[in-house]
Design a protein around this ligand. Structure first.
Ligand code: MF3
Ligand code: CO
Ligand code: CO
Length: 246
């Protein structure tokens, strides 16, 4: 888990300088694919349920599962890049936000609240707490900032598989859900919208967008429960998880 998580995070560090107005999301994905290959690792997403790419790149009102392609980034676009790699059979899954060109104040606020909500959830990870405690911490923080938590997608168990139970909801009530135990591995990956929480999936069967076309952001870490708290497998080797544009 350490090797897989570190590789996924390192790749997200390395693509940061590419994110500029004029570059296509397909070019960013090509670079990610090459880096996974050069590391001798495997992309978890290529061939997953028919998905063909080494990353998901979700721009502006795309909530998640954006398909890389010929679309060129414009000044002020915000984007989530999500990479999952397999190293020695173990999965590392992480995503973070980038900006092409100049960041608007409202996008900056959305990205900051989304990042901080992930860490509110992470801080709730310790033996004896429940998955509801994680979801509640995220939801309470996001809604206090008058933004909304997406309900239609969630985090997931991972380890030797990509997606396993439990569903890690990014909303909930304290004390509900399964109890956390040392040795559990899962992702926390809140998606936060400036407008309403509802999403819809486009006719390509992957791209999820906000129904009201409001901006959306997401951050994801792969997390392990330790004897007295948590461990993050997908820490950025360069300390570049957030902000990616400084
Ligand atoms: N990495 C995504 C997640 O966080 C899953 C992407 S599946 C894909 O769970 F097929 F869309 F790539
Ligand atoms: Co995930
Ligand atoms: Co992911």
């Amino acid at each position: 888990m350490h090797k897989a998580g570190a590789l996924a995070a390192q790749i997200l560090d390395e693509i940061a300088p590419m994110v500029e107005p004029g570059v296509t999301t397909g070019a960013i994905d090509d670079a990610i694919r090459s880096k996974v290959e050069e590391a001798g690792a495997t992309s978890a997403t290529i061939g997953y349920k028919g998905y063909q790419h080494a990353s998901c790149i979700s721009v502006n009102h795309v909530v998640c599962h954006g398909i890389p392609g010929e679309k060129r980034l414009k000044d002020g676009d915000i984007l989530n890049v999500d990479v999952t790699v397999i190293v020695d059979g173990w999965y590392g899954d992480t995503s973070r936000m980038y900006v092409a060109g100049k960041l608007s104040r409202k996008a900056e606020r959305l990205i900051q609240v989304t990042h901080d909500s992930l860490f509110k959830g992470i801080e709730a990870v310790k033996p004896g707490n429940t998955f509801g405690d994680i979801g509640h911490a995220i939801q309470a923080y996001v809604e206090a900032h008058r933004m909304s938590v997406v309900r239609d997608f969630c985090g997931h168990g991972l380890g030797r598989v990509f997606h396993s139970p439990p569903n890690v909801l990014h909303y909930g009530r304290p004390g509900t859900g399964a109890v956390l135990e040392p040795g559990m591995f899962f992702t926390i990956e809140p998606m936060v919208n400036l407008g309403r929480p509802e999403t819809k999936v486009l006719s390509d069967d992957w791209t999820a967008v906000t129904r009201d076309k409001s901006l959306s952001a997401q951050f994801e870490h792969s997390v392990g429960v330790t004897e007295d708290g948590f461990e993050l497998f997908t820490l950025s080797p360069g300390g570049k998880f957030h902000p990616t544009w400084s």
